[in-house]
Design a protein around this ligand. Structure first.
Ligand code: DAH
Length: 342
């Protein structure tokens, strides 16, 4: 890239940024201001960042001049932003908000917005709603029966290990017996629904689950799952596959492939793990399978009469995949600069 082209590009940037910051001032709109700031000064893909790439492409002997100009433009854009921000909030020295003009619209308070995980949950509910699954909720504090026993996870099963669960230090209740815990999976809701309703059942449940995992880029002690359950006559694995494929392509796009790997869960037989292939990689999203006859019996259904499929997928994984977020902790450290992007 020639030095002239590089400088011309920077000049154009200043010109269009001035116009847009000016616009934000006229509209007295923090949202527009913030959008303009991200468009030009955004650390990830702002236009300035983009222009900086050109710096690497100018000839070596032009680098000092180009670099100097780049820094000036950076400062200029920051000034434009700052002065627009000052004017809009009324702090500017020559800003028009300095004197009270009652004919102007009021200064709009900055609005918050919905957390990306909640947005994902809403969208997933929507997708499954269109497939006829209604959304239900279950409690986050669960008892032994719903979290384990009815799901065919017997007392000696390692999944019950105190090191893998958040057991609560409270007295036995008449309902749940002694061992209450923060639920470790949303499969609990399958039991609660089937205990109260006869087939056909077609539900999803989205909510928090808790596990004392060591926290890192892909693990958190609290995360969200989407649980699905369909029970009816003549339900087969083909139905499960079809529904999950529709679900995946509705959320990630038509080009998604889906793969089942044989696995084991106490509450399904056969059990599979579900991978989705998107943008050239296989990603594991959770488990699924045909509801184990023991589970159907535990809730008083007759496994000779009805069959069902169930699945449980990680909401964070779906959300992170869709938005290219590579560390789950970003979602939960309440950094509004990060969260405001979604
Ligand atoms: N509850 C399982 C987990 O948390 C996920 C799961 C697997 C849910 C298979 C299901 C299922 O409904 O059928 O790892």
């Amino acid at each position: 890239m020639s030095l002239n082209d590089f400088i011309k590009q920077l000049d154009d940037l200043v010109e269009s940024a001035s116009k847009q910051f000016e616009d934000a001032i006229h509209q007295v709109d923090h949202q527009v201001l913030e959008e303009t700031r991200i468009e030009y000064l955004g650390a990830k893909s702002g236009k300035l960042k983009e222009a900086q790439k050109g710096l690497g492409k100018v000839a070596k002997e032009d680098k000092p001049v180009a670099g100097k100009r780049f820094n000036e433009v950076k400062t200029r854009l920051e000034e434009l932003f700052q002065s627009a921000a000052d004017t809009i909030t009324g702090g500017g020295k020559k800003g028009k908000a300095e004197t009270l003009d009652v004919t102007l619209p009021g200064v709009r308070p900055r609005l918050g917005h919905i957390h990306p995980i909640t947005q994902t949950i809403d969208e997933l509910k929507d997708i499954m709603g269109r497939l006829g699954f209604s959304a239900v909720e279950g409690p986050e504090i669960e008892d032994d029966w719903h979290n384990f026993e009815a799901l065919n996870i017997p007392l000696e099963h390692p999944a019950r290990d105190p090191l893998d669960n958040f057991y609560l230090n409270i007295a036995a209740s008449s309902h749940g017996g002694g061992n209450q815990l923060l639920r470790s999976q949303t499969s609990t809701v399958q039991i609660r629904v089937m205990e109260n309703k006869q087939p056909p059942i077609r539900i999803v449940s989205l909510g928090r689950v808790y596990r004392p995992d060591e926290i890192d880029a892909t693990h958190y002690a609290m995360f969200h799952q989407i649980e699905g359950l369909l029970v009816d006559t003549n339900v087969t694995m083909a139905d499960l596959k079809y529904v999950l494929r529709l679900f995946a392509s509705s959320y990630l796009g038509e080009d998604v492939e889906i793969r089942f790997r044989p696995s084991f869960f106490p509450f399904t037989e056969p059990s599979v793990e579900v991978d989705m292939r998107w943008q050239d990689t296989w990603l594991e999203f959770g488990g699924a399978g045909m509801v184990d006859p023991n589970v159907l019996k535990a809730v008083g259904y007759d496994p000779e009469e009805v069959t069902g499929f169930a699945f449980g997928l990680g909401v964070e994984r779906l959300c992170m995949r869709r938005h290219g977020i590579n560390d789950i902790r970003y979602l939960y450290d309440s950094n509004t600069k990060f969260l405001a992007q979604f």
